[in-house]
Design a protein around this ligand. Structure first.
Ligand code: TRP
Length: 453
């Protein structure tokens, strides 16, 4: 194990983990769901979900990863030798690759839109055409494919350089830059005339919208946003050295992820309302509504609107990349450690595998839109399979494993660094209670309700 890399310091652990967490989920998904489910009231529920349900899952993955310093499969096989738990390890080698396949399509769109912003295609005179641009682009064949290959290629390139020279170095630069960019965009957005309505949309608590669905949505969003349930944080935690405090790294990551999501809300929604547009969800918000707004604003100060549009798509691209590398690393760690492949070979192999599924996902907006799996296009099928099933089941099983299968003394030892962290020692009974009872029961209940309800 001596050749295995570790993250360099506490700061770089949190940067890398925040890099995985902060991504498309924060920028387009979060702002929209907040409005849909009751603004500030939903944010409160979301914060509770993050810290009472998702953080225990995060800690479960961290405990398994840091205890063994191994990939997901190796970790489960070491902690529960000769049991079926190794299949959870193997499953979580594959689930991030499914997410990576469709995530890369959206990553590719971000790259394409960054190019459009740089070549000043969002102009006031073609504001109307800008909205239909996305439909034309995403249903075409070559553009989305080429951009996806570029995005996946960049991902593989960073992963190829390894944990220290690739992932850590990239996240160390990208995370601070992302925070500066999103603050700049939020300041700009809030100062637009008519932005007040957008701010209200985010901060007005509307408790009547807090339906049971809202709780399921908050939980799902926090899993996705914190990259939980598919072994990503397990793998990253396996690169954390024995003297770090994993409660601090997990808590710090959750804090920065939440902060970024809220800042993204203030970057996006005030601009949407200032332009007098009803907020739409998903890709429509980022790739139709916002370019339209950038184009409209161009009539005032073209340079500023061009600059903001470039910064915005750059932010999305970098945030998506720092997440996609974490998905690829899970499989690379497995191939290197279990199958004894050299890192470069493992990276190329996973690049090719995700490329094949990614091509199908990219084409499912146009050429292959008629191909349906259980009534969904290939892209939507992969998204639903991952978000509604793989992540929830994985999260549930990781917490059950740590709460019920692992020795309590081992869990305490790992969380408190052999009893040396006195603060964590005091919190341990509470944290253990969350991991053992609260989290699995709540997740199972929400999962069953959403499956049969
Ligand atoms: N958390 C990232 C986002 O918000 C996406 C992500 C990265 C992810 N790794 C993951 C999601 C693993 C689920 C599982 O965009």
């Amino acid at each position: 194990m001596s050749s295995r890399e570790n993250f360099g310091s506490r700061a770089t652990v949190i940067m890398a983990m925040a890099g995985s967490a902060i991504g498309l989920g924060n920028i387009w998904r979060f702002p929209f769901i907040v409005g849909e489910y009751g603004g500030a009231a939903f944010i409160l529920v979301y914060i509770l979900c993050c810290f009472l349900l998702s953080l225990p899952i995060f800690l479960s993955e961290s405990i398994i990863g840091r205890r063994t310093h191994q990939n997901t499969f190796g970790a489960m096989s070491t902690l529960a030798p000769g049991t079926a738990w190794k299949w959870l390890g193997l499953l979580t080698v594959f689930s991030p690759l499914i997410i990576l396949s469709y995530y890369s399509v959206v990553g590719g769109w971000s790259f394409a839109y960054l190019c459009k912003a740089v070549t000043l295609q969002f102009k006031p005179e073609n504001a109307e055409a800008v909205t239909s641009m996305f439909g034309q682009f995403s249903t075409s064949t070559w553009g989305p494919l080429v951009c996806m290959v570029i995005f996946l290629g960049l991902t593989a390139l960073i992963v190829y350089f390894g944990v220290n020279k690739g992932i850590e170095r990239f996240s160390k630069i990208s995370i601070p830059v992302l925070f500066v960019l999103i603050v700049l965009i939020a300041v700009y957005s809030i100062t637009l005339s008519g932005a007040g309505e957008g701010v209200k949309y985010l901060v007005n608590p509307d408790f009547s919208k807090l339906t049971p669905d809202a709780f399921a949505a908050a939980l799902g969003q926090s899993f996705f946003s914190l990259s939980l349930g598919v072994g990503t944080m397990l793998t990253y935690s396996s690169y954390v050295s024995k003297d770090e405090n994993i409660l601090v790294s997990a808590g710090g990551t959750a804090f920065f992820d939440l902060l970024f999501a809220i800042l993204a809300g203030f970057a996006v929604m005030p601009a949407v309302f200032a332009a007098g547009i009803a907020p739409s969800s998903g890709p429509g918000l980022v790739f139709e509504t916002l370019p339209f707004i950038f184009a409209k604003m161009g009539s005032g100060a073209q340079i500023i609107s061009a600059a903001v549009s470039i910064l915005f798509f750059l932010t999305i691209l970098v945030a998506a990349l720092s997440s996609s590398i974490s998905m690829m690393e899970v499989g690379v760690a497995y191939l290197v450690e279990e199958k004894k492949q050299p890192r470069h070979k493992a990276t190329v192999l996973l690049f090719v595998v995700t490329l094949v599924i990614g091509v199908l996902c990219a084409l499912s907006f146009g050429t292959l839109s008629g191909v349906k799996l259980f009534g969904n296009t290939i892209f939507n099928f992969c998204d639903k399979l991952a978000s509604n099933f793989l992540m929830t089941v994985g999260a549930l099983l990781f917490s059950v494993f740590v709460g019920w299968k692992m020795d309590k003394a081992a869990v305490r030892d790992e969380l408190t660094n052999g009893g040396t962290l006195s603060g964590v020692k005091k919190l341990f009974p509470f944290v253990y209670f969350l991991i053992k009872y609260v989290t699995p029961v709540t997740i199972a209940a929400i999962f069953l309700i959403s499956l049969f309800g």
